[in-house]
Write a protein that binds this ligand. Structure first.
Ligand SMILES: Cc1cc2nc3c(=O)[nH]c(=O)nc-3n(C[C@H](O)[C@H](O)[C@H](O)COP(=O)(O)OP(=O)(O)OC[C@H]3O[C@@H](n4cnc5c(N)ncnc54)[C@H](O)[C@@H]3O)c2cc1C
Length: 390
């Protein structure tokens, strides 16, 4: 079979790109190769409606398993209700939507052992050829990542013995005891008696102690008076929060997308909006030659890197200038900003007025300490920083 394009990795970025290309270029001979038995692994991917344009939300609609018209946040002595809609894609819905739209182009249980321009090698030693190849194999710590902080989380999808009473997501319940950096619990109510409850930490080191966090989630549920009938599934992650001013270079000659290419919101670690934008950009190309795809990805990565600058600065203020205990105070203040500024921040698309409002209007950390960490030599005044290459 002659193949125009092979996408290696049927996770979020590879899957969404394949879907968008199949919609816009139905004659494209495409193969989506995934090492695992299903597409999309074991995740719940969420996003704010305002992260995407209406046109992007429209093509993403078949993937969406849950949508809520608003969401809430809670800090000690301060709660806020947002009218911004929130949506979640489950791995199950992701897999079934892609199989329906891509048909035989999907090949699961197909680990790729080597990738080069125009060819990939499978674990059985065979070679597949294509005019173009894209690497979407997910996060791999770069050889020289620069200093990083981490968003670590562990979640349980649970069925309760009685309705939990939540009708919309509680994106940040930061009223919980602050441990291990800035901590909050994230609750997505899927039905009247089921929810995903995630214990999350903005920490200086990666890693999740699942046994410990199971206990902390149990304590949270007990405090809420929610009794568990069934554990449906669990998920965990450690998302890198970059502190360097610029992203590391992507090694290798093969165009790379997704987390592997650093295409994520630097402060939240979320990559869905970037994956949607890049899928749109590539699918809008008039010709899908290897060169035009490579050039489009390169341009996108450069623009994304430029947009990331402000968020990387915020990260340095949060992780280098602020003591771990101050991150909580900074986030509380952040959530008192105008709706528009918060929406732009999460979308990763701030303008000059937003930046001024966030940085100058009410600095989240003492101004001079913030400047020292942001523009200085990167020496952490209060917390140790992982060294490049660790
Ligand atoms: C549990 C969890 C929850 C998250 N929640 C959110 C969220 O709510 N919103 C959000 O925007 N972001 C979220 N993220 C962050 C980020 O968006 C995800 O990590 C996202 O899945 C990254 O997309 P990706 O395509 O780069 O990588 P992945 O989705 O990890 O996809 C990479 C795929 O490549 C496959 N692969 C790897 N090696 C090979 C190989 N050699 N051959 C063939 N296939 C291979 C993997 O099996 C995998 O399916 C979450 C991350 C985690 C871990």
């Amino acid at each position: 079979m002659t193949t125009d394009l092979i996408i290696v990795g049927g996770g979020l970025s590879g899957g969404l790109l394949a879907h968008r290309l199949a919609e816009r270029h139905p004659k494209l001979r495409l193969r989506l190769l995934e090492a695992g038995p299903t597409l999309g692994g074991n995740h719940t991917w969420s996003f704010h409606d305002t992260d995407l344009t209406p046109a992007q939300r429209a093509w993403l609609a078949p993937f969406i398993a849950h949508h809520w018209p608003g969401h809430d946040v809670a800090f000690e002595g301060f709660t806020r209700a947002f009218a911004t809609g929130y949506a979640a894609i489950t791995s199950h819905c992701f897999d079934s939507t892609l199989r329906a739209s891509l048909g035989e182009a999907v090949q699961c249980d197909t680990p790729v052992t080597a990738i080069a321009r125009g060819q990939v090698r499978l674990s059985d030693g065979s070679l597949l050829h294509a005019a173009a190849v894209i690497d979407a194999r997910g996060y791999q710590r770069p050889t020289r990542p620069g200093p990083l902080a981490w968003q670590n989380f562990f979640g349980q999808e649970l069925r309760f013995t009685a309705p939990h009473g939540l009708t919309r997501p509680l994106l940040m319940d930061a009223t919980v005891t602050q441990l291990g950096g800035f901590r909050f619990v994230y609750v997505l109510p899927f039905t009247a008696d089921t929810a995903l409850v995630e214990d999350t930490y903005y920490a200086d080191e990666p890693g999740v102690d699942q046994a410990l966090l199971r206990g902390r989630i149990a304590d949270y549920l007990a405090a809420k008076g929610w009794q568990v009938a069934d554990l449906i599934r669990e998920e965990a992650g450690s998302l890198p929060i970059p502190l360097a001013a610029t992203p590391p270079a992507i090694p290798g000659p093969v165009p790379t997308i997704g987390m592997r290419a650093g295409l994520a919101h630097p402060t939240t670690g979320y990559s869905l909006a970037e994956a949607v934008r890049l899928a749109d950009r590539i699918a809008a190309l008039p010709s899908l030659s290897a060169d035009s795809i490579a050039a489009a990805i390169d341009t996108h990565l450069k623009r994304a890197a430029a947009r990331q600058g402000f968020f990387r600065l915020v990260n340095r203020m949060l992780f280098l200038a602020a003591a771990p205990t101050d991150r909580h105070r900074a986030m509380r203040r952040f959530y008192q900003l105008p709706n528009r500024v918060i929406a732009h921040f999460y979308a990763g698309q701030v303008d000059a007025a937003d930046i001024a409002r966030i940085l100058i209007g009410r600095p989240p950390v003492p101004f001079f300490a913030g400047l020292r960490a942001a523009f200085g030599d990167g020496t952490a005044p209060t917390v140790p920083i992982p060294q490049a290459g660790e």
